[in-house]
Design a binder for this molecule. Structure first.
Ligand code: NAD
Length: 252
């Protein structure tokens, strides 16, 4: 392992103000990472920052739109200036759209691509020089089983296309940056209980849960535990992988 074993590992988590991202930020802080909490929404980002501070963790907050290239570059520079480097980048922020491809306006398609896919490219590109310099880095990108199935749980074809793009892009990052010590992996959750999914029709939700062999929806902590593993040295020989965290849904 070429990780700087004596210094505190650091992680920047996008969309960490609530839901899965919040659980990831808390779990990484618990594991000893200094954490950067990014979100569009300052109130939720500051609340998570306060939670981590109360636990005795090291944390900074970045209110920035990950779809905006300048904002992403500025956030990365500020994060590295404060924490001295970036061990792990967790591209978690995302939005979902539900209307079918024949109904979705072009502007909405473009927004989904910008927030769910292009942002991942922007953040990886911004983190790359620092990880290259360190000879070590962990990139963890949040996709979805939608990216493997074409949508169908909550997300539509546009969401599925963006998440499939995240999976393919991550494999490319693993291939291109692996020789420099940078690992890149994907997490693909199925139905997970967050604000994103709380509006799902209860009957539809029960129908999905009936298809999950473990008999329940995921919790944000289920996803966060997988992220902690992929951010840790214990997974250093894993790269280009898609880790499905779905209670067995895809194997039903
Ligand atoms: N919840 C699920 O069932 C589920 C399933 C599969 C994949 N996912 C993926 O997991 C990730 C997190 O999902 P969640 O359920 O926690 O969502 P959520 O909507 O509950 O939280 C997303 C967070 O990201 C932030 N965000 C949105 N756009 C942003 C932007 N442009 N810049 C910065 N922050 C932004 C939001 O403010 C919010 O705090 C997403 O990528 C989502 O597609 C979720």
């Amino acid at each position: 392992m070429k990780n700087n074993e004596n210094s505190t590992p650091t992680a920047l988590v996008t969309g960490a103000g609530r839901g899965i991202g919040r659980a990831i930020a808390l779990a990484l802080a618990h594991k000893g990472f200094a954490v950067g909490v990014n979100d569009l929404d300052a109130n939720v980002a500051n609340a998570v920052c306060a939670e981590i501070t109360a636990l005795g963790g090291k944390v900074t907050t970045y209110v920035a739109d990950i779809a905006n290239p300048e904002a992403v570059t500025g956030m990365m520079e500020a994060f590295v200036a404060h924490h001295g480097g970036i061990t792990a980048l967790v591209n978690n922020a995302g939005i979902v759209r539900t209307s079918s491809f024949w109904d979705i306006p072009i502007e909405e398609w473009d927004l989904v691509m910008k927030v769910d896919l292009r942002s991942v490219f922007l953040a990886c590109k911004a983190a790359f020089p620092y990880m290259k310099q360190a000879g070590y880095g962990k990139i963890i990108n949040m996709a979805s089983v939608a990216g493997l199935l074409g949508g169908g749980l909550l997300g539509n074809a546009a969401y599925a296309a963006a998440k499939a793009g995240v999976i393919a892009f991550t494999k490319g990052v693993a291939r291109e940056a692996g020789p420099l010590g940078i690992r890149a992996n994907v997490i693909a959750p199925a139905l997970t209980d967050t604000e994103m999914t709380c509006g799902i029709d209860p009957e539809k939700r029960q129908g999905i849960i009936r298809q999950i062999p473990l008999g329940r929806a995921g919790l944000p902590e289920d996803i966060a535990n997988a992220v902690v593993f992929l951010a840790s040295p214990e997974s250093d020989f894993i790269s280009g992988e898609t880790l499905i965290v779905d209670g067995g849904f895809m194997r039903r």
